[in-house]
Structures are given as structure tokens and as C-alpha cells.
Ligand binder design. Structure first.
Ligand code: FDA
Length: 376
């Protein structure tokens, strides 16, 4: 379509930031999205007076002042602080692992007592001198056997569909462990939930006269025509699918969400409760009204159970599985991508990388900077 400068495939955060910035630079942009709504996985929708996170709990956090200012152009954020609670067989523990957790588990009162307990358990586990060889060894080395068995093992095995002894150690290297009575999950300077939901952010980014949006439109239905018609394409779908899986399939984890309206004011007293045993089939229950401090109808509440699922073609690919095999395969796809100057691959699926929202905005702004530095 010669009237457009760019075709953006995917109306998620990456695509929306790119489209917005291109339009501000006078470019004409067409955005296509295969779902029947914009905003990708950050999509929220109002139900019973509150914003329901349709694709899992989304808490915005960053230490980057520029990213925080950037996103605040499009919404005002509340003071929400992520502090999930774990339910292990009916016992409740604060997360992330901190003095509250240690005190609940062992009755310890001081950081020195907690550290001694963890050191004692680590020693008893006889891990040897070698580097942790898998997630189980890594977790015990970091935090001891009790926390590993009650709060990590079942949850992680459900999440990845694999035994902790078969999972790589690196998954857990950045486990937050804190010797203070602080239940704030993130260490970032800025954190919050947009008042009025996330969808408005993408809506405002795309509300520019130079941008046209078409939902319920799959790029692969007309790939050849799109490539023939648009001078430049920004692709935020799956990179392996773009190349027709010619080098093989990249692996993803999927999720299934079950959302329910319950006729009580307050179902679980917290936005996020993790179920860390192996038997409960879901990993977490989200009660959306607590993201907004109990706003919404007083006689009902919306909850969502999150079930991890294997991924196969046709399912929603929520998480890239960044193990060595897949990262190696991704690098080969990235080489094909580099030989395709008409197409920019971006976002979580286009770059096969787990990105949080602030990281995806950053990545999109980096792409914008390099794109408009050269083409002006
Ligand atoms: P995203 O997937 O959002 O957008 C890509 C879009 O392209 C989708 O809308 C898709 O439908 C579309 N598309 C794909 N193929 C297409 C095709 N062939 N044709 C047309 N359209 C196509 N981050 C954070 O900071 N804090 C948090 O708390 C969380 N929580 C969280 C929970 C869960 C369960 C998940 C899965 C993710 C998070 N995240 C998060 C991460 C956050 O969701 C993520 O950073 C952004 O949504 C990534 O935006 P993208 O634009 O890259 O992908």
C-alpha cells in the first residue's frame, strides 16, 4: 500500500510505541492485529467497575526515569506495590522471601537468626563444592531446603512442566531474598498500575491521524502481499513462524486463564496469591479489585486462576523458553532476520526474549532511535 510508510504487525506495547513514535515523525503507519482488540498481553477490560487484566497480572515497574516519564504521558499510575502471598497447603507466607517469611516459617526474629537457619539447611543438604547443576541445587544453595520445598519446588515445576532437577539453575539466579521485613517484590524506584487500566495507554499511543489500526487481521493470511505493498514492516509476532519454521520450532510455554465473578466483596484479601504446592493445578489466583485498592462493586469480585500449559502451534505463546537449545536456534533465526532489511523484528515474540513492559518500551525506543537516525 504505497500510501503507508510502515506496516506494524501486532498492536501490543512494542508495536504501539513504534507506531506512535513513527507517526510523531510524520510517517504514515498501518497497524494490523490478529486478536479482536489492541494492547496485546497488557489488555485490560472493565468488569464490575474494575479493570480486569485479561492476560495475567501486570504490574509496571522500572528504575529508569525516562521510561517512567514516557509511560506517564499516557496514564496516571496508582501506588500499587507488588507483594504476593503464597498459599502452601493452607499456610500463608509473605513473598518475596524476606524476614516476614522467615519469621512465619521458623519463628526467627533477627536477620542473623534467619541467615543462620538458611546456612544450617544449606550445609545439611550436602551440595558439594561444584556450581549448582540445576534449579533445585541453586535454590537450596540460595535459600535452604524448607523454602525450596514449600515455596519454590511445586510452583516452579507446575510453571515449567518439568522437574526442578531438570531445569537449568540460571532461572532462579535472580531470586529476590531480603533480610528485612519488606514485602515489596520489586527493587525498582517506580512502580504502579495505571488508573483506568492498561488498554488506554495503547489506545492513546495509536490515536494519531497518521495511524490506522485493523484488528482481527492475521499477517500470515496475506504475508506476500503485505511484503510487496509496504516499504517497511515491523513484525512483533513469532519469528520462527515468520520464516515458516524452516529451521525448526522455538519452544514456548502457554497459559490458560479461568475468570470468574464471585458474589463476595473480598475473596482473598490480596491481588495475587501463589499456590506453591504441586497438587493445586493452577499457579496463582488474581483478585483484580485489589490492584485498585478495592474499587468496584462491593457485592462481587472478579478472580482469575492461572493454569500453566504446554504450548503447541495455534496456542498463545506466552513465555519464550530461553534454554540453550532454543537460544541457539533463535540465533539462527536472527541471522535470517538480519538478511531481511525490509523487516524489523521486535518485542517478546519477534526477539524471542522475556521482556517486562518497561523493557519492551525501552527496546522499542532503541529501535525507533536507530530507524530514524538512518532514514529521516
Ligand atoms: P505482545 O504479545 O503484547 O504483542 C504482540 C501482538 O502481536 C499481540 O497482540 C499478538 O496478537 C499480535 N500478533 C502476533 N502474531 C500476529 C500476526 N501474525 N498477525 C497480527 N498480529 C499478530 N510485564 C511487566 O512489566 N510486569 C508484569 O507484571 C507482567 N506480567 C506478565 C504476566 C504474564 C502472564 C505475561 C505473559 C506477561 C507479563 N508481563 C509483565 C510482560 C508483558 O506482557 C510484555 O512485556 C508485553 O506485553 C510485551 O509486549 P509485546 O508488544 O512485545 O508483545
Amino acid at each position: 500500500n504505497e500510501q503507508y510508510d510502515y506496516l506494524v504487525v501486532g498492536a501490543g506495547l512494542f508495536g504501539a510505541v513504534f507506531a506512535h513514535e513513527a507517526a510523531l515523525r510524520g510517517k504514515r503507519v498501518k497497524v494490523i492485529e490478529k486478536r479482536d482488540h489492541i494492547a496485546g498481553n497488557i489488555y485490560t477490560k472493565e468488569v464490575a467497575g474494575i479493570q480486569v487484566h485479561q492476560y495475567g497480572a501486570h504490574i509496571f515497574h522500572t528504575s529508569d526515569r525516562e521510561i517512567w516519564d514516557y509511560v506517564n504521558q499516557f496514564a496516571e499510575f496508582n501506588r500499587y506495590t507488588n507483594s504476593p502471598v503464597a498459599n502452601y497447603k493452607g499456610h500463608m507466607y509473605n513473598l518475596p522471601f524476606n524476614m516476614n517469611t522467615f519469621s512465619e516459617l521458623w519463628g526467627v526474629r533477627t536477620p542473623a537468626e534467619a541467615a543462620a537457619k538458611i546456612a544450617e539447611q544449606r550445609a545439611a543438604a550436602n551440595l558439594g563444592d561444584h556450581q549448582p547443576r540445576n534449579l533445585e541445587e541453586q535454590a537450596i544453595a540460595l535459600i535452604g531446603t524448607d523454602i525450596y520445598e514449600k515455596l519454590i519446588k511445586g510452583y516452579t515445576e507446575k510453571q515449567w512442566g518439568q522437574k526442578a532437577t531438570d531445569l537449568p539453575a540460571f532461572i532462579i539466579r535472580r531470586l529476590p531474598v531480603r533480610y528485612t521485613y519488606d514485602n515489596n517484590y520489586f527493587n525498582d524506584t517506580y512502580q504502579g498500575i495505571p488508573i483506568g487500566g492498561y488498554t488506554q495507554i495503547v489506545e492513546k499511543m495509536l490515536a494519531h491521524p497518521e495511524i490506522t489500526v485493523e484488528t482481527s487481521t492475521d499477517f500470515f493470511a496475506h504475508k506476500a502481499e503485505y511484503l510487496a505493498q509496504y516499504p517497511k514492516v515491523v513484525f512483533t509476532g513469532m519469528i520462527d513462524q515468520f520464516f515458516d519454521y524452516q529451521l525448526g520450532e522455538l519452544a514456548y510455554r502457554s497459559l490458560r486463564f479461568e475468570t470468574e465473578t464471585v458474589p463476595v466483596d473480598n475473596y482473598q484479601g490480596n491481588a495475587v496469591v501463589n499456590y506453591t504446592d504441586a497438587e493445586t493445578p493452577y499457579t496463582r489466583v488474581i483478585e483484580h479489585k485489589h490492584f485498585e485498592f478495592g474499587k468496584g462493586d462491593a457485592d462481587q469480585t472478579v478472580i482469575t486462576r492461572e493454569f500453566p500449559a504446554n504450548w503447541q502451534r495455534g496456542d498463545e505463546p506466552y513465555y519464550p523458553v530461553n534454554n540453550q537449545t532454543n537460544n541457539t536456534l533463535y540465533k539462527q533465526y536472527a541471522k535470517l532476520a538480519a538478511a531481511e532489511p525490509q523487516v524489523i523484528f521486535g518485542g517478546r515474540l519477534g526477539q524471542y526474549r522475556y521482556y517486562d513492559m518497561h523493557q519492551v518500551i525501552h527496546a522499542a525506543l532503541v529501535t525507533v532511535a536507530s530507524e530514524f537516525a538512518t532514514t529521516k
